[in-house]
Design a protein around this ligand. Structure first.
Ligand SMILES: [Mg+2]
Length: 235
């Protein structure tokens, strides 16, 4: 009988299982209507979405580097988006931030094949866990509302671990919780820097899932898949 290569599977959540971009877009659409952003001077939703997307990445980068705190990240990305439309209204930015965080985790879109693949892996008896950069309350709500909570034994958020991917400590923290060792687990994620380099540096094999972004030179995931169903051949 063939022995199984891995005993534990770690998944990333956002952009790997939970379709963050689709869910975020729907949330921003809700905000655009609910807060009458058109009436306040933002002519089209698409324009609003593109500008928000840009500042969100920028402020996340600042947050990751420790230049701003969580609350600043949350409302300043809205505030800066508004100022591009010549709207200077801190109260509105804070209201948008609050509603965005309330609505986003209620969205349910998962990538194609997510449930089918999680069922397949459950059937094979793998204990599965999540390692996600994000806030405790938000990430747990996403998992619950999209109906995938029951697949995972441990959900490790960067907020609970006190450190973000790609730092080795969050992977060590996760392995301690799951009572496993690097050679017995594999990490599946969409982000080269956070998921693939992070896990690799912690001694964990990796599966890269992000058809839109090919691996850069010098970053070699153990495996690459272009659909989640590709996991059926590997695990
Ligand atoms: Mg991700």
């Amino acid at each position: 009988m063939a022995t199984r290569r891995y005993d534990h599977i770690f998944f990333d959540l956002d952009h790997t299982l939970w379709d963050f971009d689709a869910n975020s877009r729907e949330t921003l659409q809700d905000l655009y209507l609910e807060l009458d952003l058109e009436g306040r001077g933002i002519p089209t939703f698409d324009r609003f979405h593109d500008i928000y997307y840009h500042y969100n990445l920028l402020f996340w980068d600042r947050f990751r580097k420790g230049y701003i705190n969580r609350d600043e990240l949350r409302w300043k990305r809205m505030w800066r988006t508004l100022t591009d439309f010549r709207i200077t209204d801190e109260g509105l930015a804070k209201a948008m931030s609050e509603r965005y965080l309330e609505i986003l985790p209620t969205k349910k879109r998962l990538f194609d094949d997510t449930l089918e693949v999680l069922d397949y892996l459950t059937g094979k008896g793998y204990p599965m866990h999540l390692i996600t950069n994000g806030f405790e309350q938000t990430q747990h709500a996403k998992i619950r509302n999209s109906g995938i909570a029951h697949y995972f034994t441990h959900v490790i958020t960067s907020e609970a671990a006190g450190i973000m991917k790609p730092h080795r400590e969050i992977f060590t923290f996760a392995m301690t919780k799951a009572d496993t060792t690097p050679e017995r687990c594999i990490m599946i994620g969409d982000t080269l820097d956070a998921d693939i380099i992070g896990a690799r540096d912690a001694g964990i094999d990796t599966i890269y899932f992000n058809p839109a972004v090919p691996p850069r030179d010098g970053i070699i995931p153990t495996y690459i898949i272009d659909r989640l169903s590709g996991l059926r051949k590997l695990l």
